[in-house]
Write a protein that binds this ligand. Sequence first.
Ligand code: E4P
Length: 217
Amino acid sequence: MKIFLDSADINEIKELCKTNLIDGITTNPSLIAKSGGNILDVIKEICGLVSGPVSAEVTAINHKDMMMEAEKLLNLAENVTIKVPLTSDGLLTCKELSKNNVSVNVTLCFSSSQAILAAKAGATFISPFVGRLDDIGQNGLDLIYDIVEIYNNYNYKTQVLVASIRGVNHVIESAKIGADVVTIPTKTFKEMFNHPLTDKGLKAFLSDWQDTGQSIL
Ligand code: E4P
């Protein structure tokens, strides 16, 4: 399973990319707004930090303007993935871009029927939002089960990119279901490293080692 970072914070991205465990980045208009930077500058800089796909979202709501925005975003770097909302215009844009071999991430997916349409529109990634479904009392992970099953039934090439992740459990469950990608906030990525028994075990090993007076180097 690939791990993308859901962030537009340059410092955060720089820090976590040093782990060599980050396969790509997703951004959205809210994250760009939070970064305080200009979208074109921010996306360009992020693209220089990672070799994997960087999702940059269009903000237009009609197909014609989405195409013009996509063109501008695509000129920034080779690893730009165009992110479009799951609307009729968004899918029209997806179809046209994917026909020209442009990588497209269809975002704001909350149902299996939407995911089917995105696959038919040639999306590279579909982004179902698990956390926001949980927030309204539904089980977001059920949607991931359903989309993975449907895509497998028809051998759709669209990758299931689990978004709106709220914690490590969402990551583990997405991996168990067989999702292709998770996009996670920094906090969740850092939490993935942690286990109290790792800390306790390391402390004991280091203490026993110190008692031997040995050194490997
Ligand atoms: C996905 O691409 C979105 O940027 C993101 O995962 C949304 O997450 P949120 O529901 O925490 O805002």
